[in-house]
Design a protein around this ligand. Structure first.
Ligand code: ADP
Ligand code: ZN
Ligand code: ZN
Length: 744
């Protein structure tokens, strides 16, 4: 028997299979998915690889497989191969996502996963030790301190001793030698849920709307068939309660569940709700903040079938769970479900594939569904389940829009409108909490007229143009159109053209100036870095009853703060100004989510949105929490301008250390594309530098295609990639991205 093997290493020229002979003794054990060690080329060390297919004969001379390792399932290998084609990446990159984190690699024999630590115990009884101290048989104060510490904290580590007693490892060793202390090897069960003490919760009796949704999902689940649902309900309408009850049914059937949530909303609050219902033994949590060891342990817990529910960010979709009964994707519109580094997969797509394969329901939940998802629901590809009311009868907050142009006209140049200022002051006096939101994501500064709200847009694309400081020009990132910098507003003649770039840091400073007595806490990428610090900011805000939480979009996702009664949006326009066809959609989504943070329980909420574009439909619709109107306006625009969901935006990226090389291969690819793709179906834009045209000393160019990424085009582009790889110098990298998250 011959095995086709993929080498587990990310080199472009290894993105193909190699034939190996299977020794007779392993013929029954090796299957598709087996990880093997093989001799490769002339190198001494064995290479790691995965068997992706079996066959009788090879047309090449073959070597023997040398060793066997862990095994993936055949399905996973199939999925990895499909992904490689779909997302234009390497099979081995995809397989990595499915392997147990932290397992042995070929260089080191240690498993990072099965870690043990040395912990310290008393070698004699407490009484004996006490006696020795009292009778001054143990005289040294240092020794006494350490022994007392260990007596109170048996099972502590040496570093803890060092930290709390100023003792050193050497002193501990001396005490061990005297047989006062002993070292014990202990396997550590790293458990990310360790500190969670959660009271058990019982299920609510569902509202009429909830019941309808629940039963529809139930039906598909009972009939063991694939069906995709969009659970469309405002924040607080009881979506999570439906997830919980649906999962309960699934588990009673002996099946399992995957729940995806955006990385950022993987907060203790959401995890606790699951633990409260199901107990922590049956739950595995996967996200990027876990240490490699923790991830390893969670993975094993899933593999061994102990965990029935996997809650995690994007990559949890690859968890090795058996007997899957349902997949739930909360906040399905969230951009974090699409990976921004290779393999650039879309978790929703993978989920759909898995759900079909397993014949189970897929539930997408959102208050502001992705435009494409909602379009699918209208086309009946997806079943629409609507929750129109808040489940606990809390009222929707009152949303006010403040026109910042008016503020300026009346002499207020501060970041805070008078209305927002007064509301914050009032809230501080009432001892209620406030969240201030300022979206700073994205690097391109956009420019806008402060008098009329005009922003410069490309004539061809109806997309905000970006200021390029180096050349002092405005550019369209889609078609390459350039125009000079505007100093006088073409709409109203004003000279108050401003560059926007205020961040949360500046806002916090401003708040301290205006409200010296207020306590504030800031949450953005700069303050959230260390493990758990995201959790810590949120729990500090809640437990210490801080007055004001200031932050970027991190503050708007999924948290539930009963005492927050005021939410202020400092500049709603910052997301309108981004150079992306999704600018309106992102603005609407984020404002609607922000508004959902206020007044979630008994206390009524108030939301103040500051903007230079009070009449913009995204802002107006967000004020009324009116998805329908937003959708209708935006989908018409997308249709007119041919943007997703009416076509795909395919970005072919080229990078190298020399600009001329990019240009040369760019032109070559461009000509190929003109020949390959039917002109009537694809708009192909000439190669040109990317908006960020140099990163880490590599020049970046790109070609943009607008059209449908169908099977045939996918195959043609994959073939093209193969040719490029073959004729390629090492220095040049070519990538293909379909509807990337950010057009940079
Ligand atoms: P969502 O996930 O849509 O934001 P949640 O499921 O978190 O909504 O529900 C919002 C609040 O309403 C929560 O505090 C939840 O416990 C409560 N809730 C949900 N369903 C019900 C129900 N049927 N009866 C009473 N309270 C409910
Ligand atoms: Zn103007
Ligand atoms: Zn353009």
């Amino acid at each position: 028997m011959i095995a086709e093997v993929i080498i587990n290493r990310n080199a472009k020229n290894l993105n193909r299979t190699f034939d190996y002979h299977i020794p007779t003794k392993w013929e029954d054990v090796i299957s598709v998915g087996t990880k093997v060690l093989i001799p490769f080329g002339r190198q001494k060390e064995l290479e790691e690889g995965f068997v992706v297919a079996l066959k009788e004969k090879s047309e090449f001379p073959t070597k023997d497989i040398a060793k066997l390792e862990e095994c993936l399932q055949e399905e996973q290998i199939k999925l990895a191969r499909w992904m490689a084609k779909r997302y234009f990446c390497q099979v081995s990159e995809c397989i990595k996502l499915m392997q147990t984190p932290g397992t042995r690699n070929k260089k080191s024999e240690n498993r990072i996963g099965d870690k043990t630590i040395q912990v310290v115990y008393l070698a004699k009884s407490k009484e004996e030790i006490n006696l020795l101290i009292e009778t001054e048989k143990i005289k040294s104060p240092k020794h006494q301190r350490i022994l007392n510490f260990v007596a109170d904290n048996e099972g502590c580590t040496i570093s803890e001793i060092e930290m709390f007693t100023e003792g050193s490892r050497a002193v501990v060793n001396t005490l061990i030698k005297h047989e006062y202390l002993e070292l014990v090897e202990q396997k550590i069960e790293r458990d990310p849920l360790k500190n969670k003490q959660v009271e058990k919760s019982t299920k609510y009796s569902l509202t009429e709307e909830q019941k309808k949704a629940f039963e529809a999902i139930q039906k598909a689940s009972k009939e063991n068939r694939f069906e995709e649902f969009l659970l469309f309900g405002i924040t607080g309408s009881g979506k999570t309660e439906i997830y919980l009850q649906t999962i309960e049914e699934v588990i009673q059937k002996g099946k399992t569940a995957i729940v995806l949530v955006p990385e950022i909303s993987l907060t203790p609050q959401i995890i606790e709700r699951f633990i409260a219902r199901f107990g922590k033994e049956s739950i595995a949590v996967l996200h990027s903040k876990l240490s490699i060891g923790e991830r390893h342990d969670e993975w094993i817990k899933i593999k061994e079938g102990k965990a029935k529910i996997v809650i995690g960010a994007r990559s949890a979709i690859f968890a090795p769970i058996q007997n899957l009964g349902i997949i739930i994707i909360d906040e399905e519109h969230d951009s974090s479900y699409q990976s921004e580094s290779s393999p650039k997969y879309q978790a929703k797509e993978i989920a759909r594939k898995l759900a079909k394969q397993n014949q189970i329901p897929l539930v997408l939940g959102s208050a502001t569904p992705d435009l494409t998802t909602y379009q699918n629901a209208l086309n009946k590809q997806t079943t629409l389940l609507t929750l129109s009311q808040r489940a606990n009868q809390a009222h929707l907050p009152k949303v006010e829009i403040i026109d910042l142009k008016q503020e300026l006209a009346e002499g207020n140049h501060s970041m805070l409108s008078r209305e927002l200022y007064q509301s914050i002051e009032q809230n501080i006096n009432d001892k209620n909490q406030t969240i201030l939101f300022l979206n700073r994501r994205g690097f391109s500064t956009f420019i806008m007229c402060r008098d009329c709200g005009y922003t410069v847009k490309c004539k061809n694309c109806n997309i905000s143009m970006t200021y390029h400081r180096k050349e002092n020009k405005l550019k369209c990132h889609y078609c390459g159109q350039e125009s000079p910098v505007v100093t006088i507003c073409p709409e109203c003649g004003s000279q108050k053209i401003r560059y926007f770039g205020t961040g949360t840091q500046k806002l916090e400073e401003e708040i301290h100036k205006q409200f010296p007595s207020a306590s504030t806490i800031r949450m953005d990428i700069d303050t959230v870095s260390k493990k758990n610090s995201h959790e810590k900011i949120l729990s500090d805000f809640q437990e210490k009853q801080m007055d004001i939480l200031i932050g970027t979009q991190m503050v708007v996702k999924g948290h539930h703060f009963p005492k927050v009664t005021l939410v202020g949006v400092i500049a709603a326009d910052s997301s309108l100004g981004i150079d992306d066809y999704r600018a309106n959609e992102r603005t609407f989504q984020i404002l609607t989510q922000v508004a959902g943070r206020a007044g979630r329980e008994a206390l009524p909420g108030k939301v103040i949105i500051q903007t230079y574009n009070p009449d913009h439909f995204s802002i107006q619709a967000a004020q009324k929490q009116d998805y329908q109107t937003f959708f209708e306006t935006e989908i018409a625009l997308r249709n007119q301008l041919k943007y997703p969901p009416f076509c795909d935006i395919i970005v072919i990226g080229i990078s190298s250390s020399e600009e001329e090389k990019n240009q040369k291969i760019g032109n070559w690819i461009y000509q190929k594309l003109l020949n390959l793709l039917p002109k009537s179906e694809y708009a192909i834009f000439k190669p040109m530098p990317a908006p960020i045209d140099k990163i880490q000393n590599r020049y970046r160019w790109r070609i943009i295609l607008k059209g449908n990424m169908n099977q045939q085009t996918n195959e043609q582009l994959n073939k093209l990639m193969e040719i490029i790889t073959q004729k390629n110098q090492k220095d040049i990298r070519v990538t293909i991205d379909v509807n990337p998250n950010y057009m940079n």
